[in-house]
Design a protein around this ligand. Structure first.
Ligand code: NDP
Ligand code: 2IT
Length: 445
């Protein structure tokens, strides 16, 4: 390992020893940068790696709100403004009980390279709260969002920091958050948040973008291998925003998705999962996935199960970090899986990725494959700035072009730095180089 990388990892580990997922994300990136650091001694001279691993700013705040029973509740809110050399901080908000600063830092760190890969002018940031929206009424969610924004509003802005959705934050929450921001600032600043409703400043295609983008990326991988997704049998973990629209695009392309899941378990339907029925249950009714089996008798529910032991040609982890472990990876390989493409952020453990690489199964890492969501967020900002509303087909066309570009970059940089066909190395190096160059241009700040 290059001495500058080794030294940086030691410092970062010492400084962030209580944040394992952040350290995991840093290791995964830095360990692939050896040939680049070798080629550019100025990276070590300017201590650029250590600077990159330290967020520009972190905010932790108290969120106080009242539940429907009249009890006063306290949550913790976070925003990590990680790196702004390429543009305003950009990245989602996650509302989930497992959220802590380490989780937000891992997501913010990934976001730097992902946003860079899109080729657009967006920096890296992430935020959220340890609030659990599950089982809460609409009123409770609204009061929480208002309380959360009562602090966050002083840190964000369309040229400063632009949040969006992530786990537990969708169109409903974005609406409440924007409403409170507007009230507190007394200005209609559309570009301050993305994922807005299409009728009031959102972009067509943002809801679909991450899932569609992941499938476009997977289609590029298949094409590069002389194959396609048509007729393939697929499994997807999760049944939230990313999973649902990956399912829909896979169906469009002639693939069959035989399994999906949520945190309660998995559904298996050999006939193929029906997008409209699942969307209604998960997106509209906010119900548990088991309900799908009441409507589709060909489907069965497997409590607490994952989807990875179901034989498939392609696997799409679209739920959460470290959900696909080494034994799951071995099972997929044994069952003849030909492609793994991450819709979620860091869903595969490093050991699982090693299994895919050893088995020579093409593996699309999240920071490349799920970049479609943030890319269309940036297109939403562009439309807001120009007071424009683009039709769905235009946004979808741009999304396809951006995903194709990211795929080409990954292969190009992997090839150039002695890691041909390794999308992990290609994504890390391609994302890093653009950020590093800008950091050098901006001086020691
Ligand atoms: P949603 O909240 O819409 O859906 C999350 C899904 O994952 C649900 O099915 C949920 O099940 C499941 N899930 C979440 N946490 C866990 C857990 N700890 N264990 C088991 N299952 C879990 O989120 P999104 O679809 O938006 O996000 C999914 C992933 O994609 C995340 O990693 C996110 O960071 C990433 N991502 C999202 C983007 C976006 O635009 N939304 C963009 C790029 C990446 P349940 O409902 O039971 O909790
Ligand atoms: O992980 C991600 O890229 C997101 N949650 C989307 C971020 C965004 O700003 O649209």
């Amino acid at each position: 390992m290059h001495s500058a990388i080794k030294r940086t990892l030691e410092v970062v580990e010492r400084r962030n020893h209580s944040e394992p997922v952040f350290l995991q994300a840093v290791h995964e990136v830095l360990e692939t940068l050896g040939p680049v650091v070798e080629e550019h001694p100025e990276i070590a001279d300017l201590n650029l790696l250590e600077r990159l691993c330290e967020p520009e700013r972190q905010i932790i705040f108290r969120v106080v709100w009242k539940d429907d029973a009249g009890n006063v509740q306290v949550n913790r809110g976070f925003r990590t403004e990680f790196n702004s050399v390429l543009g305003p901080y950009k990245g989602g908000l996650r509302f989930h009980p497992t959220v802590n600063m380490g989780v937000i830092k891992f997501l913010g760190f990934e976001q730097i390279f992902k946003n860079s890969l899109t080729g657009l002018n967006i920096g890296g940031g992430k935020g959220g709260a340890d609030f659990d929206p599950k089982g809460k009424s609409d009123d409770e969610v609204m009061r929480f969002c208002q309380a959360f924004m009562s602090e966050l509003f002083r840190h964000i802005g369309h040229r400063r920091d632009v949040p969006a959705g992530d786990i537990g934050v969708g169109a409903r929450e974005i609406g409440y958050l924007f409403g409170q921001y507007k009230k507190l600032t007394n200005s209609y600043e559309l570009g301050v948040i993305t994922g807005k409703g299409v009728s009031w400043g959102g972009s067509q295609g943002r809801t679909e973008a991450t899932g569609f983008g992941a499938v476009y990326f997977a289609e590029e991988i298949m094409q590069a291998a002389g194959d396609s997704l048509e007729g393939k049998s697929c499994v997807i973990s999760g049944s939230g925003n990313v999973a649902l629209y990956a399912l829909r695009k896979l169906n469009d392309l002639g693939a069959t998705v035989v399994a999906c899941s949520d945190s309660s378990g998995a559904i298996f339907d050999p006939k193929g999962i029906d997008f409209s029925a699942l969307r209604l249950i998960k997106e509209v009714e906010r119900e548990r996935i088991e309900k799908y089996c009441e409507i589709h008798p060909s489907a069965s529910f497997r409590p607490k199960a994952k989807v990875w032991d179901i034989p498939c040609d392609a696997a799409f982890p679209c739920a959460t970090q470290n959900e696909l472990e080494v034994d799951d990876a071995r099972k997929l390989v044994q069952n003849g899986c030909k492609l793994v493409c991450e819709g979620a952020n860091m869903p595969c453990t490093p050991e699982a990725i090693k299994v895919f690489h050893q088995a020579k199964i093409p593996f699309g890492p999240g920071k490349a494959a799920n970049a479609g969501g943030v890319a269309v967020s940036a297109l939403e900002m562009q439309q807001n700035a120009g007071l424009e509303h683009w039709p769905f087909d235009r946004v979808d066309e741009e999304l396809r072009r951006i995903m194709r570009g990211i795929h080409t970059s990954c292969l190009h940089y992997a090839d150039k730095y002695q890691a041909s066909g390794n999308y992990v190395a290609g994504a890390n190096i391609g994302g890093f180089l653009r950020v590093a160059e800008a950091m050098m241009c901006h001086g020691l700040i």
